[in-house]
Design a protein around this ligand. Structure first.
Ligand code: ARG
Length: 586
């Protein structure tokens, strides 16, 4: 089942071919002027340029082939040689019926699915997640869902930050506080099954140790040594580290669950560690490793680089694995365990150099083919001052607190809307939660990921405009309409497109596949968000112009109800691709 754009491209391309013009110029797009036509083809201009001919004359030849085609009620030339195409109502009716029947709401399935890893979220042990992780999680989750929906086989991996210098810092901090702890003794164990630290301890100790390491070189050296000892397998440190990981992961998973973010894999940086010795000797054997002031690096800069790209640090002078080392070893690990065709790293744009270093090294080492590793960067969420968002106290906003803030605001909005009395307390809470999540996610995904945006909870939470709550509200309106329809015994039947607003709605539903294909190609969920918003607005217009349950004659009602059902199904599918669930009532 193909969308109209693709089908019409076939028709117009054939007309181009008949006229002796390159068929690929017959590409059809949605009209820039929906008041004049449904679709358009600009190919006559390109054809004329290539042939040094008059574009209108070429367009006339093509139009002559198309005027009698049963797809069109009108084919016209506009301006310098655009071909404007207006569809026959029968064609739209047939397509709308197809869409209403289709459980994929008109979305196609890839002919050649791939194996794709989405590396996203990237939370760290002991460090609370902040809004940067929020963006990574929201965007990554949406990309994962989109790729999976298109038909790829997808693994979402949290790539848990559990192995670097911050682990040494924590061990040191615990050791300074609990010097007698069995974990601090350099023995073979056994070590206690009970964690000597709680999440609160970790959240207190980590920032303390991190800031001390910044000013105290001696402390920093001790932390580096602890890191190296951990990585070299000191038993007590390993056992303690395992507790850090478990305690953190439990807390993190709670937060991710609240946001409907589910990873398939929780592999950590540490999971790639066993591969490092072998990797290092292999890199060495390939002549890629260079000794540099006691450390070992890979030079990745190339002639013609606009800026000098620093080398990738593989082994530090203390003998530790670095951030880039675990990333490189993870590429090798994934190659062996998953053998992906594509790995997407959904990480803050500010890590662009890091990924460029790692990817170049991976290609040089033949761990990954050129082009199979992609950094999907994103901008920051800023405060009103245009700088990355901070709390009023100047600290980094914790994800947990952000979700709480959003929930509070959602509760207030729902009370204003008078829902406090209508819903049961449990339903009210559930709805408030969904509204909060929709607001945060849509505010993020509504912009192209590369763009930074300003955190403005009042705006995100508005029931009007381009917001998550607006889209939920529109979906809930349709749900309640369908409930009413069922009570009144109106049942949906085959769609017939007649009114202009119905025509527009049929076209909006048909545009789903195009939006998905584009979002997929650009790894850009904002295109899905845009589609959701357009669909909601088009439905609103339709509903204003075409009454459903009170339509006269009565015979119009089943078709209009079918329109509403199809819109809701596609809206919920679209929102789900953004990671947003709709409540039943609000
Ligand atoms: N844990 C890292 C951070 O908080 C992000 C990890 C991103 N993924 C990766 N493969 N490096 O910055």
């Amino acid at each position: 089942m193909s969308d109209l754009k693709r089908r019409l491209t076939g028709v117009v391309s054939a007309a181009f071919a008949t006229c002796g013009l390159p068929p690929e110029l017959g590409r059809v797009t949605v009209s820039d002027r929906p008041d004049l036509a449904d679709f358009q083809c600009n190919g006559a201009l390109a054809a004329a340029k290539a042939a040094r001919a008059n574009p209108r004359a070429l367009a006339e030849q093509v139009v002559a082939q198309l005027v009698d085609d049963p797809h069109f009620s009108r084919v016209e030339i506009a301006g310098p040689g655009f071909i404007n195409l207006t569809l026959n109502l029968d064609v739209l009716t047939e397509r709308a019926r197809q869409l209403a029947q289709d459980e994929r709401c008109g979305a196609e399935v890839l002919a050649q699915p791939r194996r794709v890893v989405v590396d996203y979220g990237g939370p760290n042990v002991a460090k609370p997640m902040h809004v940067g992780h929020l963006r990574a999680s929201i965007i990554g989750e949406s990309i994962k869902r989109l790729f999976r929906f298109r038909g790829d086989q997808v693994w979402g991996d949290a790539h848990f930050g559990d192995w670097g210098f911050q682990m040494g810092l924590l061990i040191l901090a615990v050791g300074d506080e609990q010097p007698q702890s069995p974990f601090m003794q350099d023995t073979d164990g056994p070590f206690p099954d009970e964690s000597p630290v709680s999440l609160a301890d970790l959240e207190r100790l980590y920032p303390m140790a991190a800031s001390r390491a910044k000013t105290d070189p001696d402390y920093r050296d001790r932390a580096r040594r602890a890191t190296a000892e951990l990585q070299n397998g000191r038993k007590g440190y390993r056992a303690l580290w395992k507790h850090f990981v478990d305690v953190s992961r439990m807390a993190l998973e709670r937060e991710f669950n609240a946001l409907d973010i589910r990873f398939d894999l929780w592999n950590g940086e540490s999971d790639a560690d066993p591969l490092i010795p072998e990797m290092v000797s292999e890199l060495d054997a390939r002549g890629l490793l260079v000794a540099d002031q006691g450390a070992r690096i890979i030079r990745v800069a190339r002639d013609g680089d606009k800026r000098e790209l620093p080398p990738l640090l593989v082994v530090s002078s203390e003998g530790s694995a670095m951030y880039g080392t675990t990333d490189l070893a993870t590429i090798l690990d994934r190659r062996r365990k998953i053998d992906p065709d594509l790995v997407l790293y959904v990480v803050d744009q500010r890590q662009a150099d890091h990924f460029e270093q790692v990817f170049r090294a991976a290609v040089m080492a033949e761990y990954a083919p050129q082009g199979s590793l992609e950094h999907i960067g994103f901008g920051t969420m800023n405060g009103a001052d245009g700088k990355p968002f901070k709390t009023r106290e100047g600290g980094v906003l914790k994800l947990h607190d952000l979700i709480e803030m959003a929930r509070d605001k959602a509760r207030a909005r729902l009370h204003e809307a008078g829902l406090g009395a209508e819903l049961s307390p449990a339903e009210f809470e559930e709805t408030a939660h969904r509204v909060a999540v929709a607001a945060l996610k849509f505010a993020d995904l509504g912009n192209f990921r590369g763009t930074s945006y300003v955190f403005d909870l009042d705006r995100f939470m508005s029931f009007e405009g381009k917001t998550g709550p607006y889209l939920l509200y529109q979906s809930v309106r349709i749900k309640s309409l369908l409930r009413k329809g069922a009570e009144q015994g109106v049942t949906a039947a085959e769609i017939t497109v007649a009114e202009p607003a119905e025509r527009e709605l049929a076209l909006a539903l048909d545009a789903f596949e195009t939006a998905l294909a584009e979002a997929y190609a650009k790894r850009a969920p904002n295109i899905i968000a845009e589609h959701a918003y357009r669909l909601a607005q088009t439905f609103s217009k339709f509903y204003a112009a075409c009454p459903i349950l009170v339509a006269e004659p009565v015979s119009l009602r089943p078709s209009r109800l079918a329109f509403a059902t199809a819109t809701l199904a596609q809206m919920e599918t679209t929102l789900r691709l953004l990671g947003i669930e709709t409540p039943d009532r609000m």
